[in-house]
Design a protein around this ligand. Structure first.
Ligand SMILES: [Zn+2]
Length: 380
Protein backbone atom coordinates (compact mmCIF):
# COMPACT_ATOMS: atom_id res chain seq x y z
CA UNK A 1 0.00 0.00 0.00
CA UNK A 2 2.96 2.34 0.54
CA UNK A 3 5.60 2.79 -2.09
CA UNK A 4 8.08 5.42 -3.20
CA UNK A 5 9.27 5.43 -6.78
CA UNK A 6 12.29 7.58 -7.44
CA UNK A 7 11.90 8.72 -11.04
CA UNK A 8 14.86 10.97 -11.69
CA UNK A 9 17.31 13.29 -10.06
CA UNK A 10 19.26 16.44 -10.91
CA UNK A 11 22.22 16.78 -8.56
CA UNK A 12 20.78 15.84 -5.17
CA UNK A 13 17.28 17.03 -6.14
CA UNK A 14 14.81 14.19 -6.68
CA UNK A 15 11.49 13.66 -8.44
CA UNK A 16 9.44 10.70 -7.31
CA UNK A 17 5.97 9.38 -6.58
CA UNK A 18 4.87 8.46 -3.08
CA UNK A 19 1.93 6.04 -3.10
CA UNK A 20 -0.43 5.79 -0.12
CA UNK A 21 -3.78 4.02 0.40
CA UNK A 22 -5.52 7.34 -0.39
CA UNK A 23 -3.61 8.20 -3.54
CA UNK A 24 -0.31 9.23 -5.04
CA UNK A 25 1.79 12.29 -4.26
CA UNK A 26 4.16 13.42 -7.03
CA UNK A 27 7.23 14.81 -5.26
CA UNK A 28 8.71 17.22 -4.40
CA UNK A 29 5.47 18.42 -2.82
CA UNK A 30 4.33 20.98 -0.30
CA UNK A 31 1.63 19.81 2.13
CA UNK A 32 -0.78 22.46 3.47
CA UNK A 33 -1.22 22.33 7.24
CA UNK A 34 -4.75 21.61 8.43
CA UNK A 35 -3.99 22.29 12.08
CA UNK A 36 -7.34 21.36 13.64
CA UNK A 37 -8.64 19.35 10.69
CA UNK A 38 -8.93 22.48 8.55
CA UNK A 39 -6.51 24.51 6.47
CA UNK A 40 -7.42 27.78 8.15
CA UNK A 41 -10.20 29.58 6.33
CA UNK A 42 -10.44 27.19 3.37
CA UNK A 43 -12.92 24.45 2.52
CA UNK A 44 -11.67 21.00 1.58
CA UNK A 45 -12.77 21.68 -2.01
CA UNK A 46 -10.64 24.84 -2.08
CA UNK A 47 -7.62 22.90 -0.79
CA UNK A 48 -8.16 20.34 -3.57
CA UNK A 49 -8.39 23.22 -6.03
CA UNK A 50 -4.89 24.34 -5.03
CA UNK A 51 -3.48 21.12 -6.45
CA UNK A 52 -2.38 20.00 -2.98
CA UNK A 53 -2.15 16.20 -2.87
CA UNK A 54 -1.47 15.56 0.80
CA UNK A 55 -2.60 17.49 3.88
CA UNK A 56 -1.12 17.48 7.36
CA UNK A 57 -3.15 17.66 10.57
CA UNK A 58 -1.94 18.23 14.13
CA UNK A 59 -2.39 15.44 16.66
CA UNK A 60 -2.01 17.77 19.64
CA UNK A 61 -4.90 20.00 18.56
CA UNK A 62 -7.25 17.18 17.54
CA UNK A 63 -6.50 15.22 20.71
CA UNK A 64 -7.52 18.23 22.83
CA UNK A 65 -10.43 19.23 20.63
CA UNK A 66 -12.70 17.52 19.55
CA UNK A 67 -10.86 14.42 20.89
CA UNK A 68 -9.45 11.53 18.88
CA UNK A 69 -12.07 9.04 20.07
CA UNK A 70 -14.86 11.23 18.73
CA UNK A 71 -13.04 11.52 15.38
CA UNK A 72 -12.68 7.71 15.29
CA UNK A 73 -16.38 7.29 16.12
CA UNK A 74 -17.25 9.61 13.23
CA UNK A 75 -15.29 7.50 10.76
CA UNK A 76 -11.74 8.87 11.13
CA UNK A 77 -10.18 12.13 10.00
CA UNK A 78 -10.58 11.51 6.25
CA UNK A 79 -14.37 11.19 6.66
CA UNK A 80 -14.61 13.85 9.36
CA UNK A 81 -12.98 16.62 7.27
CA UNK A 82 -14.25 15.22 3.93
CA UNK A 83 -10.72 14.82 2.55
CA UNK A 84 -10.30 11.59 0.62
CA UNK A 85 -6.67 12.18 -0.38
CA UNK A 86 -3.53 11.28 1.53
CA UNK A 87 -3.26 12.61 5.09
CA UNK A 88 -0.36 12.87 7.51
CA UNK A 89 -0.55 13.57 11.25
CA UNK A 90 2.38 14.77 13.32
CA UNK A 91 3.02 13.18 16.71
CA UNK A 92 2.04 16.19 18.79
CA UNK A 93 5.57 16.47 20.15
CA UNK A 94 6.39 19.75 18.46
CA UNK A 95 3.21 21.47 19.75
CA UNK A 96 3.73 20.13 23.25
CA UNK A 97 7.23 21.59 23.26
CA UNK A 98 6.17 24.90 21.74
CA UNK A 99 2.55 25.56 22.84
CA UNK A 100 1.66 23.76 26.04
CA UNK A 101 1.75 25.98 29.12
CA UNK A 102 3.53 23.83 31.66
CA UNK A 103 5.36 20.62 31.04
CA UNK A 104 7.80 18.13 32.41
CA UNK A 105 9.74 15.81 30.14
CA UNK A 106 10.70 12.42 31.49
CA UNK A 107 11.75 9.10 30.00
CA UNK A 108 8.19 7.89 29.84
CA UNK A 109 6.80 10.91 27.99
CA UNK A 110 5.71 14.52 28.50
CA UNK A 111 3.25 15.97 31.03
CA UNK A 112 1.64 19.17 29.80
CA UNK A 113 -1.24 21.52 30.35
CA UNK A 114 -3.65 22.25 27.54
CA UNK A 115 -3.21 25.73 26.06
CA UNK A 116 -7.03 25.83 25.83
CA UNK A 117 -8.21 25.17 29.38
CA UNK A 118 -5.13 24.36 31.45
CA UNK A 119 -6.14 20.71 31.95
CA UNK A 120 -3.29 18.25 32.63
CA UNK A 121 -2.37 15.58 30.06
CA UNK A 122 0.43 13.12 29.33
CA UNK A 123 1.74 12.03 25.95
CA UNK A 124 3.80 8.85 25.85
CA UNK A 125 5.26 7.13 22.75
CA UNK A 126 2.47 4.58 23.00
CA UNK A 127 -0.34 7.09 23.53
CA UNK A 128 0.60 9.26 20.53
CA UNK A 129 0.52 6.14 18.32
CA UNK A 130 -2.91 5.27 19.77
CA UNK A 131 -4.19 8.81 19.12
CA UNK A 132 -2.88 8.80 15.54
CA UNK A 133 -4.37 5.35 15.04
CA UNK A 134 -7.75 6.74 16.04
CA UNK A 135 -7.37 9.73 13.71
CA UNK A 136 -6.46 7.33 10.89
CA UNK A 137 -4.07 9.39 8.71
CA UNK A 138 -2.06 7.46 6.10
CA UNK A 139 1.30 8.56 7.49
CA UNK A 140 1.80 8.93 11.22
CA UNK A 141 4.88 10.22 12.99
CA UNK A 142 6.90 8.85 15.90
CA UNK A 143 7.09 10.85 19.12
CA UNK A 144 10.30 12.85 19.40
CA UNK A 145 11.93 15.43 21.64
CA UNK A 146 12.65 18.58 19.68
CA UNK A 147 15.10 21.08 21.20
CA UNK A 148 15.67 24.63 19.93
CA UNK A 149 18.31 25.16 17.25
CA UNK A 150 20.54 27.04 19.68
CA UNK A 151 20.74 24.33 22.37
CA UNK A 152 24.11 22.94 23.51
CA UNK A 153 25.55 19.62 22.41
CA UNK A 154 24.79 17.76 25.65
CA UNK A 155 21.11 18.81 25.49
CA UNK A 156 20.90 17.79 21.83
CA UNK A 157 22.54 14.45 22.57
CA UNK A 158 20.17 13.68 25.47
CA UNK A 159 17.13 14.62 23.33
CA UNK A 160 18.45 12.39 20.54
CA UNK A 161 18.87 9.41 22.88
CA UNK A 162 15.38 9.90 24.26
CA UNK A 163 13.97 10.18 20.72
CA UNK A 164 15.59 6.84 19.77
CA UNK A 165 14.24 5.13 22.91
CA UNK A 166 10.79 6.55 22.16
CA UNK A 167 11.07 5.42 18.54
CA UNK A 168 11.49 1.80 19.61
CA UNK A 169 8.40 2.10 21.78
CA UNK A 170 6.39 3.76 18.97
CA UNK A 171 7.51 1.02 16.56
CA UNK A 172 6.49 -1.75 18.99
CA UNK A 173 3.14 -0.15 19.74
CA UNK A 174 2.46 0.38 16.05
CA UNK A 175 3.34 -3.28 15.31
CA UNK A 176 1.11 -4.50 18.14
CA UNK A 177 -1.88 -2.62 16.69
CA UNK A 178 -1.48 -3.99 13.16
CA UNK A 179 -3.83 -6.90 13.79
CA UNK A 180 -6.85 -4.71 14.64
CA UNK A 181 -9.80 -5.52 12.47
CA UNK A 182 -11.16 -2.57 10.50
CA UNK A 183 -8.20 -0.39 11.46
CA UNK A 184 -6.80 2.08 8.90
CA UNK A 185 -3.79 1.14 6.80
CA UNK A 186 -1.01 3.38 8.04
CA UNK A 187 2.74 3.71 8.05
CA UNK A 188 4.97 5.13 10.77
CA UNK A 189 7.79 7.56 9.94
CA UNK A 190 10.62 8.06 12.45
CA UNK A 191 11.79 11.62 13.18
CA UNK A 192 15.49 12.32 12.79
CA UNK A 193 17.02 14.56 15.44
CA UNK A 194 20.57 15.56 16.36
CA UNK A 195 20.24 19.32 16.04
CA UNK A 196 23.06 20.89 13.99
CA UNK A 197 25.88 18.74 15.40
CA UNK A 198 27.17 16.69 12.49
CA UNK A 199 28.32 13.63 14.44
CA UNK A 200 25.04 13.52 16.38
CA UNK A 201 23.02 13.85 13.17
CA UNK A 202 24.92 11.11 11.38
CA UNK A 203 24.85 8.75 14.37
CA UNK A 204 21.16 9.38 14.99
CA UNK A 205 20.28 8.69 11.36
CA UNK A 206 22.34 5.46 11.27
CA UNK A 207 20.82 4.18 14.49
CA UNK A 208 17.32 5.03 13.22
CA UNK A 209 18.00 2.97 10.09
CA UNK A 210 18.93 0.03 12.30
CA UNK A 211 15.67 0.22 14.23
CA UNK A 212 13.33 -0.63 11.38
CA UNK A 213 12.61 -0.91 7.68
CA UNK A 214 10.95 2.50 7.48
CA UNK A 215 8.84 3.57 4.51
CA UNK A 216 9.99 7.18 4.88
CA UNK A 217 11.81 9.58 7.17
CA UNK A 218 10.84 12.77 8.96
CA UNK A 219 13.68 15.25 9.32
CA UNK A 220 13.04 17.14 12.54
CA UNK A 221 14.90 19.68 14.64
CA UNK A 222 15.49 22.10 11.76
CA UNK A 223 13.97 25.52 11.15
CA UNK A 224 13.83 25.89 14.94
CA UNK A 225 16.15 28.88 15.32
CA UNK A 226 19.43 27.59 13.89
CA UNK A 227 21.43 29.42 11.19
CA UNK A 228 20.41 28.66 7.59
CA UNK A 229 23.91 27.39 6.71
CA UNK A 230 23.58 24.83 9.52
CA UNK A 231 20.28 23.61 8.10
CA UNK A 232 21.71 23.23 4.57
CA UNK A 233 24.83 21.44 5.82
CA UNK A 234 22.67 19.06 7.89
CA UNK A 235 20.49 18.22 4.88
CA UNK A 236 23.59 17.54 2.76
CA UNK A 237 24.89 15.22 5.46
CA UNK A 238 21.57 13.34 5.69
CA UNK A 239 21.39 13.03 1.90
CA UNK A 240 24.52 10.89 2.14
CA UNK A 241 23.16 8.68 4.93
CA UNK A 242 19.46 8.11 4.14
CA UNK A 243 18.44 5.45 1.60
CA UNK A 244 17.62 7.04 -1.79
CA UNK A 245 14.50 4.97 -2.34
CA UNK A 246 12.46 6.36 0.56
CA UNK A 247 10.72 9.74 0.85
CA UNK A 248 12.21 12.41 3.11
CA UNK A 249 9.85 14.79 4.81
CA UNK A 250 11.46 18.01 6.04
CA UNK A 251 9.21 19.06 8.89
CA UNK A 252 8.13 22.68 9.33
CA UNK A 253 9.95 24.16 6.33
CA UNK A 254 7.95 26.12 3.79
CA UNK A 255 9.14 29.59 2.84
CA UNK A 256 9.59 29.61 -0.95
CA UNK A 257 13.38 30.09 -0.92
CA UNK A 258 13.86 27.49 1.83
CA UNK A 259 11.73 25.03 -0.12
CA UNK A 260 13.97 25.30 -3.19
CA UNK A 261 17.16 25.06 -1.12
CA UNK A 262 15.86 21.92 0.60
CA UNK A 263 14.69 20.33 -2.67
CA UNK A 264 18.21 20.92 -4.00
CA UNK A 265 19.50 18.92 -1.02
CA UNK A 266 17.33 15.86 -1.55
CA UNK A 267 14.13 16.55 0.43
CA UNK A 268 10.76 15.46 -0.98
CA UNK A 269 7.90 16.55 1.31
CA UNK A 270 7.35 19.78 3.22
CA UNK A 271 4.84 21.46 5.50
CA UNK A 272 4.65 24.85 7.15
CA UNK A 273 2.03 27.20 8.56
CA UNK A 274 3.82 30.20 6.97
CA UNK A 275 1.52 30.48 3.91
CA UNK A 276 -1.65 30.91 5.96
CA UNK A 277 -0.02 32.76 8.86
CA UNK A 278 1.56 35.26 6.46
CA UNK A 279 -1.80 35.63 4.70
CA UNK A 280 -3.39 36.66 7.98
CA UNK A 281 -0.84 39.47 8.19
CA UNK A 282 -1.42 40.67 4.63
CA UNK A 283 1.82 39.17 3.32
CA UNK A 284 2.04 37.45 -0.07
CA UNK A 285 4.86 35.81 -2.04
CA UNK A 286 5.74 36.76 -5.58
CA UNK A 287 8.35 35.35 -7.94
CA UNK A 288 9.67 38.70 -9.12
CA UNK A 289 9.25 40.97 -6.08
CA UNK A 290 9.84 38.41 -3.32
CA UNK A 291 7.71 38.80 -0.23
CA UNK A 292 5.37 41.80 -0.27
CA UNK A 293 2.95 43.22 2.26
CA UNK A 294 -0.23 44.35 0.61
CA UNK A 295 -0.82 47.01 3.27
CA UNK A 296 1.83 49.12 1.56
CA UNK A 297 0.49 52.38 0.11
CA UNK A 298 2.19 51.67 -3.23
CA UNK A 299 -0.48 49.06 -3.98
CA UNK A 300 -3.43 51.49 -3.65
CA UNK A 301 -3.84 51.90 -7.40
CA UNK A 302 -2.08 48.71 -8.50
CA UNK A 303 -4.42 46.96 -10.92
CA UNK A 304 -2.15 43.95 -11.50
CA UNK A 305 -2.48 40.54 -9.83
CA UNK A 306 -0.40 39.59 -6.80
CA UNK A 307 1.84 37.53 -9.10
CA UNK A 308 1.46 37.58 -12.88
CA UNK A 309 2.81 34.03 -13.15
CA UNK A 310 0.40 32.51 -10.60
CA UNK A 311 -2.70 30.61 -11.67
CA UNK A 312 -4.55 30.77 -8.34
CA UNK A 313 -8.10 32.00 -7.94
CA UNK A 314 -6.94 35.23 -6.25
CA UNK A 315 -4.49 36.12 -9.04
CA UNK A 316 -6.87 35.11 -11.83
CA UNK A 317 -9.68 37.35 -10.63
CA UNK A 318 -8.58 40.13 -8.26
CA UNK A 319 -6.09 42.96 -8.39
CA UNK A 320 -3.70 44.25 -5.77
CA UNK A 321 -5.67 47.45 -5.22
CA UNK A 322 -8.76 45.49 -4.21
CA UNK A 323 -6.79 42.98 -2.11
CA UNK A 324 -4.98 45.84 -0.37
CA UNK A 325 -8.34 47.39 0.47
CA UNK A 326 -9.54 44.06 1.94
CA UNK A 327 -6.35 43.68 4.00
CA UNK A 328 -6.48 47.26 5.33
CA UNK A 329 -10.19 46.91 6.14
CA UNK A 330 -9.54 43.65 8.00
CA UNK A 331 -11.94 41.71 5.82
CA UNK A 332 -12.04 37.90 6.16
CA UNK A 333 -11.89 37.57 2.41
CA UNK A 334 -8.38 39.05 2.46
CA UNK A 335 -7.15 36.22 4.67
CA UNK A 336 -8.86 33.62 2.49
CA UNK A 337 -7.64 34.95 -0.85
CA UNK A 338 -4.06 35.49 0.35
CA UNK A 339 -4.06 31.98 1.89
CA UNK A 340 -5.19 30.56 -1.46
CA UNK A 341 -2.43 32.50 -3.23
CA UNK A 342 0.39 31.64 -0.80
CA UNK A 343 -0.53 27.96 -0.68
CA UNK A 344 -0.87 27.69 -4.45
CA UNK A 345 2.44 29.54 -4.82
CA UNK A 346 4.23 26.79 -2.85
CA UNK A 347 2.33 23.91 -4.46
CA UNK A 348 3.17 25.42 -7.86
CA UNK A 349 6.82 25.81 -6.87
CA UNK A 350 6.98 22.08 -6.03
CA UNK A 351 5.34 21.22 -9.37
CA UNK A 352 7.76 23.42 -11.31
CA UNK A 353 10.76 21.99 -9.41
CA UNK A 354 9.53 18.50 -10.31
CA UNK A 355 9.29 19.43 -14.00
CA UNK A 356 12.76 20.99 -13.94
CA UNK A 357 14.28 17.93 -12.26
CA UNK A 358 12.60 15.83 -14.95
CA UNK A 359 14.13 17.75 -17.83
CA UNK A 360 17.50 18.29 -16.16
CA UNK A 361 17.24 22.07 -15.83
CA UNK A 362 16.63 22.26 -12.08
CA UNK A 363 19.99 23.66 -10.94
CA UNK A 364 20.08 26.60 -13.33
CA UNK A 365 16.40 27.39 -12.83
CA UNK A 366 16.80 27.30 -9.05
CA UNK A 367 19.74 29.70 -9.14
CA UNK A 368 17.88 32.17 -11.36
CA UNK A 369 14.67 31.88 -9.37
CA UNK A 370 16.39 32.46 -6.02
CA UNK A 371 18.45 35.31 -7.39
CA UNK A 372 15.35 37.10 -8.58
CA UNK A 373 13.33 36.37 -5.45
CA UNK A 374 16.05 37.41 -3.02
CA UNK A 375 17.32 40.49 -4.85
CA UNK A 376 13.87 41.97 -5.08
CA UNK A 377 13.02 40.89 -1.59
CA UNK A 378 15.84 42.94 -0.06
CA UNK A 379 14.51 46.11 -1.71
CA UNK A 380 10.78 45.64 -1.01
ZN1 LIG B 1 -1.87 33.59 -6.91
Amino acid sequence: MFDFRLECSDGAARAGTFTTPHGEIPTPAFMPVGTAGTVKGLSTEEVQGLGARMVLANTYHLYLRPGHELVRELGGLHAFMRWDGPLLTDSGGFQVFSLAAIRSVHDDGVDFRSHIDGSLHTFTPESVVDVQRALGADVIMAFDECQPGCCDRATAEAAGERTLAWLERCRDRFAALQGDSGAPTQTLFPVLQGNVFDELRAAHARRTLELGDWTGYGIGGLSVGEAKEDMWRTLELLDGVLPAGRPRYLMGVGYPDDLLEAIARGCDLFDCVAPTRNARHGTAWTAVEGQVNLKAARFRRDTGPIDAGCDCQACARYDRAYLRHLVVAGEWLAMRLLSIHNLRFLVQLGEEARRRIGDGTFEGWRRDWLGRYRNERSTS
